[in-house]
Design a protein around this ligand. Sequence first.
Ligand SMILES: NC(=O)c1ccc[n+]([C@@H]2O[C@H](COP(=O)([O-])OP(=O)(O)OC[C@H]3O[C@@H](n4cnc5c(N)ncnc54)[C@H](O)[C@@H]3O)[C@@H](O)[C@H]2O)c1
Length: 317
Amino acid sequence: MVGHEGGRILVTGALGQIGTDLVQSLRDIHGSETVIATDIREKQGHPCIENGPYTNLDVLDKDKIFKLVVEKEIRIIYHLAAILSAKCEENSDLCEMINLEGTRNILDAAREFNLRIFAPSSIAVFGPDTPRKAPQITPLNPTTKYGMTKVDCEILGMIYFEKYGVDVRGIRYPGLISWKSPVSGGTTDYAVDIFHAALSEKSTYDCFLNAQTRLPMMYMDDAIRATISLMDEPIESLSSSRCGYNISGVSFTPEELVFEINKKLPNFVCKYKPDIRQNYADSWPDSIDDQISRNDWNWQSRFDLESIVNEMITNLK
Ligand SMILES: NC(=O)c1ccc[n+]([C@@H]2O[C@H](COP(=O)([O-])OP(=O)(O)OC[C@H]3O[C@@H](n4cnc5c(N)ncnc54)[C@H](O)[C@@H]3O)[C@@H](O)[C@H]2O)c1
């Protein structure tokens, strides 16, 4: 018997923003050899490749997924491989293929081999008709292609749970802020890029959202804690929100973030040059009601804006 609950853990899309932090945390908890990192790309020197087992895996390659699950005695998959919001709007065919077919392949493997699956959702499931503080249970009418694939994945997860008994769990992540990995392709990327720019020699940043765009955000440590604790929760505790639990961290505007950064770096200057991503952000809510996650699995965030800014500047320096 190996690793976690008699098997190993596989992470898809492990070289991305969340995978970089999640793989490390899972290896700290369960041991390096128990956690198999996979991604479609190789990145020399990446900690997920250096610090434990790594395999190339395209989530569209269903045969390889099935083969790996058997060979490596996988019990749990954290399925992070996806195309993010801004990139999805540029290439909707690719977005649909990776986000939907990739997820379906992972769910099929779960059905065949009785695996537990984490399949993340996003606040992009909400649309312009969502109340500014997004409730857990509300009509989901996203206007972005990315958001539509995330709604479809939540529905697909519920179908596999109800019809085939597959234990699928998911969180509607807000925009995530972290320092270990670069970000690209997301609408909330500004809240990471801004720190790199603030600490650069020029100490200026052109923000692609306007100064007053309030969005739900979260520090990566909170997101990783939420992910692992949801996956460790007994199945009986989870309700019909299991494939897309709302979780709330902090909500702020670019202007408020700049104000907080300026307390530490007074010379930093931010200019506002909204691009197409402003439209995506405008279709999303300001904040998130996470009462159901608090009730079902005792969720509570820890990082506020001030502590996020402190952590980011200290670690990036
Ligand atoms: N980061 C955020 O702020 C955020 C917010 C909401 C939801 N999410 C969701 O969380 C998940 C992970 O996000 P992330 O920020 O780590 O994304 P990311 O873009 O940083 O990483 C995704 C990874 O998937 C890999 N990938 C792409 N196509 C693949 C394929 N065909 N097969 C295997 N791997 C492939 C990429 O190489 C990349 O390393 C996604 O489902 C995303 O929609 C993220």
